[in-house]
Ligand binder design. Sequence first.
Ligand SMILES: [Zn+2]
Length: 128
Amino acid sequence: MQSGKQKRAAIMQKRQIRRQQATRPDAMPIVAASPRCWSSEQVNRSRLKSYNSYGDPEFVTRGYYEDKPFRCVDCKSEQIWTAKQQKWWYETAQGAVYTTAIRCRACRQNRRAAPHLKKEAKCKTTIK
Ligand SMILES: [Zn+2]
C-alpha cells in the first residue's frame, strides 16, 4: 500500500511529464521565458490624442498601460507590446487610442524598407 506521500510524489511526477510535453519548443511562445518582466506605465490622459468615443479605451479606464501580448500579423510570432511602447505610441507619437500593435519590430522594419507593401490593407486592430 502506498502512503499519501508516495501518491503525491507519483502525481507530481505525472504532472511534470505532462508539463514537459506541454512546453515542447514548437508549442512554446517566445515570451514565455520572461513572464515576470511585465511592467506597467501610468496613463497621462491629457497627453492622449483627443478622441470622441462612447467609452474610454481599456487602458484609460484602468489608468495605466500594461504589457500586452499579441501575435504579429506578418510572421505570426508571439510578441509583447510593452507598457512603455504603448505610452510612447499614444502620448508621444499621438497614435489613435483605439489602435494597437499588430506587427513585431522586425516586420515593421521590413515594411518600412518596402513602402510599396503599404498599399495592402491598412490593418488596424481595435481594442474593445
Ligand atoms: Zn513579425
